[in-house]
Unconditional design. Structure first.
Ligand code: PLP
Length: 223
């Protein structure tokens, strides 16, 4: 199937909403994809795209047209300057040091940057993010930083695991999201779900999914 057909089919599926019948935002994860492929996806209805490497974000920035830009990867402090003012949502605020640096840079540029707090929900060594147990306190601290506006939480599920276990992790994230949302009208996004697990994430209450493979096909890192 073509990119256009994939996008249309997934958008149709997502139009049903998550388990709470809330609207779901589709973010196309565009690593390794060319501007031509990304622009085809945008013409087919994609409104939001996410890169996880700064170099790719920069290389494609001008050639891609008409979508909200998300940053979804691990961000080094010395690269923040390339993203500032160009990023609609920083999804991967995974450590306090990064929040502080993003806040400082945003203030200096006279703007407010929207961020999601990344949580290492599976307690995996290979992944970054706040521990679940400290995530709410981290949220409260970051919420108080001038230059930042916290919009919600992001997490990645472990690649393997029993369905019930993975679903319980999504529900834990949903609990955290709701606790923050109770007293904070800026909280709007729980970003969980990739091509392999997005249906399960919607069943657990995610309202933002980041899909690469199901929109563009398998990735080739060798090109
Ligand atoms: C690549 C990527 C995705 C999408 O992965 P697929 O399995 O291709 O859908 C989602 N989130 C992040 C952070 C990614 O880097």
């Amino acid at each position: 199937m073509s990119i256009t057909e994939n996008v249309q089919q997934i958008l149709k599926e997502l139009a049903e909403g998550n388990c709470f019948h809330e609207p779901v935002t589709l973010v196309a994860a565009t690593k390794t994809r060319t501007p031509e492929e990304i622009n085809e996806a945008i013409r087919a209805g994609i409104t939001d795209i996410g890169e996880n490497r700064v170099q790719e974000f920069r290389d494609k920035y001008d050639a891609v047209q008409g979508a909200n830009r998300h940053f979804i990867g691990h961000l080094q402090l010395n690269k923040i300057k390339y993203l500032i003012g160009k990023t609609w949502l920083y999804q991967s605020c995974d450590r306090m040091e990064l929040a502080e640096a993003l806040a400082k840079r945003s203030q200096r540029a006279n703007l407010v940057s929207d961020v999601l707090i990344e949580v290492n929900i599976g307690c995996e060594e290979s992944k970054s993010g706040f521990d679940y147990d400290t995530a709410f306190a981290a949220y409260e601290t970051i919420r108080g930083m001038q230059g930042l506006r916290v919009r919600g939480f992001m997490a990645m599920l472990p690649l393997a695991g029993e369905r019930e276990y993975l679903l319980s992790l999504v529900r834990k994230m949903r609990t955290l999201y709701e606790k923050a949302k109770e007293n904070d009208e800026n909280i709007a996004f729980l970003s969980m779900g990739m091509s392999g697990d997005y249906r399960l994430c919607l069943e657990g209450g995610s309202n933002m999914v980041r899909l690469g493979t199901s929109l563009f096909g398998a990735r080739n890192y060798n090109i």
